[in-house]
Write a protein that binds this ligand. Sequence first.
Ligand SMILES: Nc1nc2c(ncn2[C@@H]2O[C@H](COP(=O)(O)OP(=O)(O)OP(=O)(O)O)[C@@H](O)[C@H]2O)c(=O)[nH]1
Ligand SMILES: [Mg+2]
Length: 357
Amino acid sequence: MDLGIVGLPNSGKTTIFNALTRGQIEPTTYASGRVEVHTAVVDVPDPRLDMLAQLIRPQKVTHAQITYHDIAGVGITQGTPSPQLLNLIAANDALVHVVRCFTNPAVPHPLGTVNPARDRQRLDEEFILSDLAIVESRLERLAKQKYKGTPQERERMAKEEALLQKLHPILAAGHPLRTVSLSAEEIHLLRGYAFLSLKPQLIIFNIDDDGDDPSEELTPQWPHTRGLALRGRLEMELAQMPPEEAAEFMAMFDIQELGLNRVVRASYELMDLISFFTVSEKEVRAWTLRRGSTALEAADTIHSDMARGFIRAEVIRWDELVRIGSLAEARKQGALRLEGKDYIVQDGDVLYIRFNV
Ligand SMILES: Nc1nc2c(ncn2[C@@H]2O[C@H](COP(=O)(O)OP(=O)(O)OP(=O)(O)O)[C@@H](O)[C@H]2O)c(=O)[nH]1
Ligand SMILES: [Mg+2]
C-alpha cells in the first residue's frame, strides 16, 4: 500500500514523514521549490502478529508493509500542479494530507497566516480544480473522437462520456470525486485517470505540543475521508528516540500510543482494509486484504498458484489459535473450520490454504 504525504509548503510533511517512518530527513524552514520525493517502507505494527510469533517461534516474522512518500508541495499553491507532481500524487492508493496548525513564528506560512480550515479547503480545491480540468479536456476530446473507431470502441467512449458528464457538475460545485458513489464498472472506467480528489484522504492536523485537537471540527463529512491530530515535531522526536527513552517521554506527556501506530490504524480504516495471518515453522506473516474479500482472493494475495489450485481454506481466529497453542493441536481438536473459496475472510483470521497445482 502506497500513501502519499501532501500538503501546503511548510505544513510539516517531512516532519510527519519522519514521525511515521522513523526517518532522519532534515525538515527545512523554507520551501525548497523542487519536486522532491522521500520514500520509506515501514512495517505495519500489529500486536496480534507479535503474539502469534511468540507462540510459534518461526524462523522469520513478516509484517504487512506500508510505503510512505513525502511529496514536496511545490506548485500546489501556484495554479495548476505540474504533470510531474500530478503523477507523483496520483500513483498512491491514498493520500495523507498534512494541515499546519502549529504556530512556530520561525516558520513562514505560504499564505501569511496560520489558518487550518482555509488550508485544508485550499488543497482540496486544488485537487478538485485539477480534476475538473482533466474532465473538461477529456470531454472535449471525446466529443471529436466518439464517431470514430469500432462499435466496441464507440460504445466504450459513450459510456466514458456519460460518466464524465455525471462527474462534471460534482466537481464544478466544488465537491471531491470521492463523494460520488461509483459502480464497479465506473471505477474501472476511471482507472486510467489521475484524479486526485478521488483518492481516499487521511487529514493530519499538525498541532503544537500543547495544541487542541481540531479534527472533529475541521474534518469534512465526506466518504473516504478521515482526520486526526498529531503533534508532528514531538512525534518525530519520539520516533527517532531509543524505545526506552521514548516510553519515558510518552508517560511524561501522557501519550498513550505513538502517532505512527494511530496513522496506520486510521489508514486501514480509511481504506477498509483488514489483516489475515499465515503461520508455519518457517514464517509467521501478516497480509493485507480489502474487507469483504473471499478466501480465494486471500489465496491469490499469497500466491497466484494457491488461487489457481485452491481446494479449501482452514480457518481459525488468531486469538483462538494462541489459546490452543498450535495449528496441529487445533486441527486435532477440530477447531479449524473448513471454508470454501467464497468464504469472506474476517480481520484476524489465520488461514491455511489447501491447494493443488
Ligand atoms: N513547532 C512546530 N514546528 C513544526 C512542526 N512540524 C514542522 N515544524 C517546523 O516547520 C518547518 C517545516 O517543516 P517541514 O516538515 O520541513 O515542512 P514541509 O511541509 O515538509 O515543507 P516543504 O517540503 O518545504 O513544503 C520546520 O522548521 C519544522 O521544524 C510542529 O509540529 N511544531
Ligand atoms: Mg518537506
